[in-house]
Each structure stands twice: as structure tokens, then as C-alpha cells.
Design a protein around this ligand. Structure first.
Ligand SMILES: Nc1ncnc2c1ncn2[C@@H]1O[C@H](COP(=O)(O)OP(=O)(O)OP(=O)(O)O)[C@@H](O)[C@H]1O
Length: 285
């Protein structure tokens, strides 16, 4: 980690639809993730949280709309859900952390001159002396610490975390949350998909509630209300998995912008909800 102040770039979502095989998983996303924000993305299972993070990092392409950021390639770091990471690969902890340097150095450059920086990152996550351990021998918490060390050496302005604390013990979670606070203090933007709402309330100043589309986005205390959460659950349950893509002019919503968030955006139900307020379902050709 450079330790110096960073100027992360804003991430602008405009009429964004993301999905798989032409079926939207999340749609009608409009808004701006401000530089230096610490944003929690919450919502029921299957609400589209992981899909949004994958869209921002460029792992999947937008089916409609755009994601705009001035961030250069490599300036966005991404921690996938633990279940998506193969730990059987025969890597040492140091090799794993060194993968954070691939973008700037390329995979075959000598790491010997960087060893100090890698060891420093391991020390920052409480893994002193673990550098030669095969990753398959680490506990879940230790492995997550090693992945955070990889994020540290990646030194990105924007950091996306997909359920970073699921299945992780309290002590490790507290240590990793402290690292995240440090990243924010350095001016980095952090976006995390999370399930623990108490944790969100305690540590994340801004929240986006997703239920296949944004239900609310703004200051956490204003957004995480029982009414918003009930609505997210209801809309998520009513989602039609086989739906095609909507035209983006079907959903005039007041998005959060740099001028100020819209914590109660989307005060209408759509065709995926119960009242079928938008009966058309035009596929985008
Ligand atoms: N690779 C894929 N191929 C097809 N559909 C997918 C794929 N990945 C996710 N989906 C679908 O997209 C929808 C949104 O899934 P996503 O993983 O983004 O939700 P989530 O909010 O992260 O859920 P969870 O909290 O359970 O992790 C779901 O219906 C899911 O089945």
C-alpha cells in the first residue's frame, strides 16, 4: 500500500442492465458511486449484488446502459466470493499475494526485488511467517487475510469486495474492517456486498439496497429501514427469472447523483412486482 492519499475516480452507472445469456440479473441501475465512498450493497439472495460487482470490474459486459469510470485497467481490485476461489492450486501464500502485482509487472517478472513489499502486506494482515505455507493449508480466516494482503499490494483506487466476511471469525472480521477503514482514509473507494445489516450500520456510511434493481441508495441510516427491506424482499421474490431486457426509458427513476443521493428512489413497482405498473416488456435488439 502506498500510504499516500489516493484520488479514486467516480463510478457512474447509467441505465445499467447486467445479466447472463441475455436475461437480466439486475437492471435500471442509475447513480454514482462517489470517489472515496465506503458503500455497502445489500439485498436478498440472488438480488444481483455479485453481478453488479462483476459488471464494475469488467468480468461481465453490460446488456444495456453503461458503467463509466476514468479508472485505468488495474485500478479496480476485486475480491470474489470465497466459493469462487480455487484453493487446491499449489501456490504458496507469497505466490498468492504476489498475484496482486501481475498487472503492473506481468506474470513472469522477478518478484525478488518486491519481496519486502509482499512481506509487509502479509504483516499488515497478521500473517507474519506464513509466506511459504501452501494456501491449501490455511484456515478460512487466514486465507481471507492472505487475499486482503493481495489487495494491499494491488494498490488500487477502487476496491470491490464480494461478501468478504461470510464464514469468517469475529477477530479476523474486525481486523479486516480496520484495513478497510484505512483504505477509505487513504481516499480509496470501497464497495462491499454484505449480508450482515448490523455490520453495515456500524461500518458503512452509504448503502445501496438491491432487489434486481435499486430499491434505495443513500446514507445508511436513512436507507436501511424496515419498509425498504420488506420491499426489497417482496420485489426479489416476485422476479421473473425468464424476463428479457427492458427498454431503458421504461423506468424514469430519480437516481443518486453527485448533487445528492436519492435514498427513496423508485417509489413505483414494475412489471416484476405485484401491481404490474409497467406491462410492456420490450426486448432490446
Ligand atoms: N454465471 C451465471 N449464469 C447465469 N445466471 C447467473 C450467473 N451468476 C448469477 N446468475 C443469476 O443472476 C442472479 C443474480 O445473482 P447474484 O449472484 O448476482 O446475486 P447476489 O445478490 O450476489 O446473491 P447472493 O447473496 O446469494 O450471493 C441470480 O438469479 C443468479 O442465479
Amino acid at each position: 500500500m502506498s500510504g499516500t492519499a489516493m484520488r479514486a475516480d467516480a463510478i457512474r452507472l447509467r441505465g445499467l442492465t447486467l445479466g447472463y445469456d441475455r436475461h437480466p440479473a439486475v437492471h435500471h441501475l442509475d447513480g454514482t458511486i462517489a470517489p472515496g465512498d465506503l458503500l455497502a450493497v445489500v439485498g436478498p439472495n440472488g438480488a444481483g449484488k455479485s453481478t453488479l460487482l462483476k459488471g464494475i470490474v469488467g468480468e461481465i459486459r453490460a446488456l444495456d446502459g453503461t458503467i463509466e469510470t476514468q479508472a485505468r485497467p488495474g485500478a479496480i481490485a476485486y475480491l470474489p466470493q470465497a466459493a469462487e476461489i480455487d484453493r487446491s492450486f499449489p501456490l504458496s501464500v507469497l505466490d498468492l499475494v504476489a498475484m496482486g502485482l501481475w498487472r503492473p509487472l506481468g506474470p513472469w517478472r522477478s518478484l525478488s526485488r518486491r519481496r519486502g513489499r509482499l512481506l509487509e502486506a502479509l504483516s499488515a494482515v497478521g500473517l507474519d511467517g506464513f509466506e511459504d505455507r501452501p494456501i491449501g493449508t490455511l484456515s478460512g480466516g487466514q486465507f481471507q487475510r492472505a487475499l486482503f494482503a493481495r489487495l494491499i499490494v494491488q494498490d488500487a483506487g477502487i476496491i470491490l469486495l464480494d461478501e468478504p466476511f461470510t464464514g469468517i471469525d469475529e477477530r479476523t472480521t474486525a481486523d479486516l474492517l480496520a484495513l478497510i477503514r484505512g483504505w477509505r482514509a487513504e481516499g480509496r473507494t470501497v464497495v462491499a456486498a454484505l449480508h450482515d445489516l448490523a455490520q453495515v450500520r456500524a461500518h458503512f456510511p452509504t448503502t445501496l439496497v438491491l432487489a434486481r434493481r435499486p430499491i434505495a441508495w443513500g446514507p445508511t441510516a436513512e436507507v436501511l429501514t424496515p419498509a425498504v427491506l420488506a420491499r426489497a424482499l417482496r420485489l426479489s421474490e416476485a422476479w421473473d427469472e425468464a424476463a428479457a431486457i427492458c427498454r431503458h426509458d421504461e423506468h424514469p427513476a430519480r437516481p443518486p447523483t453527485e448533487d445528492g443521493p436519492a435514498p427513496h428512489a423508485h417509489d413505483h413497482l414494475d412489471h416484476h412486482g405485484h401491481d404490474h405498473a409497467h406491462p410492456h416488456h420490450g426486448a432490446v435488439s
